[in-house]
Design a protein around this ligand. Structure first.
Ligand code: PLP
Length: 220
């Protein structure tokens, strides 16, 4: 068994039932991702449109769901809609409208997650916690998008416990939005936690974890 396959099996075994492992595949080769898929991985996340498209083509024979997990520019909406099954990083109405327009042209609906800037960091993407409900309401009115949950990164310190408060904030928003019962909004997926923090994220309610390094090793 390869090291990548071994690590994927290990993580899949450790994840509670119902938690989806998304392999964060930026900078990796299609061959590395194929190994991960052969060990049972079912979803791959990409931060870059072109690299993601090329990887999807190279792995076309596999049954995988493709998640877009990077910052998305509006002028790339067409490519995102064509090549990804889910966009986890919607953080503005303008971006949502651009995606909706492309979906209309392509004749599809797109599940999206709203990215929350849970640490209120000036340098980070994502909608501020206090603005999430309003964005959800607005996006839910777009005909071709389906709001299916929230995603957050949180400030990165290297200490997994330092991430916990940001996961808690996001989980609380997730529950609040779910309780609001907005038409067209279904709070099904809560995407949080990376290689160093996924255990903490799962404890705080994540049901998608996005993991790169702990599967593929350090990035070059
Ligand atoms: C790279 C990346 C990850 C995974 O990071 P690792 O620390 O390598 O596990 C998760 N989410 C996003 C949005 C990323 O860009």
């Amino acid at each position: 068994m390869t090291q990548v396959a071994d690590r994927v099996r290990h993580i899949l075994d450790a994840l509670p039932e119902g938690v989806l492992l998304v392999a964060a595949a930026k900078t990796r080769s299609p061959e590395e991702v194929r190994e991960a898929c052969e060990a049972g991985l079912r979803a791959v996340g990409h931060n870059y449109i072109q690299e993601g498209q090329a990887m999807r083509e190279a792995l076309d024979d596999l049954d995988i769901r493709w998640h877009f997990i990077g910052p998305l520019q509006r002028n790339k909406a067409r490519h995102a809609v064509r090549s990804f099954d889910v966009v986890e990083t919607v953080d503005s109405l303008r971006l949502a409208r651009a995606l909706d327009k492309r979906c209309r042209i392509e004749g599809r609906t797109l599940p999206v997650l709203l990215e929350v800037n849970s640490g209120r960091e000036a340098s980070k993407h994502g909608v501020l916690p206090g603005d999430v409900a309003e964005l959800a309401r607005q996006v839910s009115q777009l005909e071709h998008l389906r709001v299916h949950g929230l995603m957050t990164m949180g400030p990165f310190t290297g200490d997994p416990e330092a991430s916990r408060p940001y996961f808690v904030i996001t989980r609380r928003l997730f529950d609040e939005l779910g309780a609001m019962d907005l038409p067209g909004v279904e709070m099904a997926w809560l995407s949080m936690g990376m290689s160093n923090s996924w255990q903490v994220a799962v404890q705080e309610g994540a049901n998608i974890v996005r993991i790169g390094t702990a599967i593929f090793g350090p990035r070059a």
